[in-house]
Design a protein around this ligand. Structure first.
Ligand SMILES: NC(=O)c1ccc[n+]([C@@H]2O[C@H](COP(=O)([O-])OP(=O)(O)OC[C@H]3O[C@@H](n4cnc5c(N)ncnc54)[C@H](O)[C@@H]3O)[C@@H](O)[C@H]2O)c1
Length: 261
């Protein structure tokens, strides 16, 4: 028996570096996977990579749009799926907020529009998904919800390491990642006999960063290196499985020791 047999996992923002790793590993571990993503190249990439697998289904969904989240939940249930593990994984990254060729804005030049956009995806999105779980699924079968935060949720970034880099660590990212753990705590208590709710906080995941950035960030990590996506997926699989049945309301760091220093 594989670890995730009997699990049907629903993920938001499934087409990114971590999302695609979760999908690949969960399918290999015997889960049914219901992926969702914005329309575009990442959605098409998921279709291309996993579309032939009978245990894989794919929906277009913008987590910040209330009508889309409601409609996709209705469609998933109508299509006969019975999701019992949910990942709030979609997130705005610094790159997504940047205008083509523009310099990454510092704090004083951060627009209200980009602040609100980050909140709508990183915090309102998980709320909309959780509310639909509550409206359409909770109580029908045992559930697990995993909210994805970051090493930059409860610990401050070292702004110096971004000096001269094309991207920066931005304020709304930290605020929303801390906020999502607040949602975890609230829901873990609210659904205490019906669902487990935990926060998974990945550390710095290697994604073709420059040598200089790798050197700077690694110096802040006990293990002196960035994570491989599969090392985050190992813990995502554990949290999706029955092996984590007595864990709820927890914040789980997978950061090579960044938060312990
Ligand atoms: N990669 C890291 O180093 C790292 C570190 C800590 C936390 N995380 C968190 O892990 C999660 C996955 O990160 P990743 O590195 O794979 O990022 P990524 O940018 O590769 O993936 C994020 C995905 O979210 C999708 N997305 C963005 N806006 C959306 C919306 N409105 N609706 C639906 N989907 C939307 C994007 O299209 C993208 O595929 C995120 O929550 C991120 O904050 C990543």
């Amino acid at each position: 028996m594989t670890t995730l047999s009997g699990k049907t996992v629903f993920l938001t923002g499934s087409g990114g570096i971590l999302g695609t790793t979760y999908v690949r590993r969960m399918l290999a571990d015997g889960a049914k996977v219901i992926a969702s993503e914005l329309p575009g190249a990442r959605y098409e990439g998921l279709k291309e990579a996993f579309g032939q697998n009978d245990n894989f289904s794919l929906y277009q969904m913008d987590v910040s749009k209330e009508d889309e989240v409601v409609a996709v939940f209705e469609k998933i249930l109508k299509d006969g799926h019975k999701p019992n593990v949910f990942f709030n994984n979609a997130s705005i990254t610094g790159e997504m907020l940047m205008k083509e060729g523009a310099e990454f804005p510092d704090f004083s030049n951060t627009t209200l529009e980009s602040w609100n956009k980050t909140l709508s995806v990183n915090l309102t999105g998980p709320f909309l998904v959780a509310r639909e779980i509550d409206r359409q699924v909770i109580g029908k079968w045992d559930l697990k919800l995993i909210n994805i935060a970051s090493m930059y949720a409860l610990r401050a970034p070292h702004h110096d390491i971004y000096q001269g880099m094309p991207f920066k660590n931005f304020s709304a990212y930290q605020a929303t990642k801390a906020g999502v753990h607040g949602l975890t705590l609230w829901l873990a208590s609210y659904w205490r006999k019906k669902a487990t709710v935990n926060t998974l906080a990945p550390g710095a995941v290697f994604n073709r960063h420059s040598e200089e950035f790798q050197k700077r960030v690694s110096a802040l990590i006990m293990q002196d290196r960035m994570a491989q996506p599969d090392e985050i997926a190992d813990v995502a699989l554990f949290l999706s499985s029955d092996a984590s049945s007595h864990m709820t309301g927890q914040f789980i760091n997978v950061d090579g020791g960044y938060s312990a220093w």
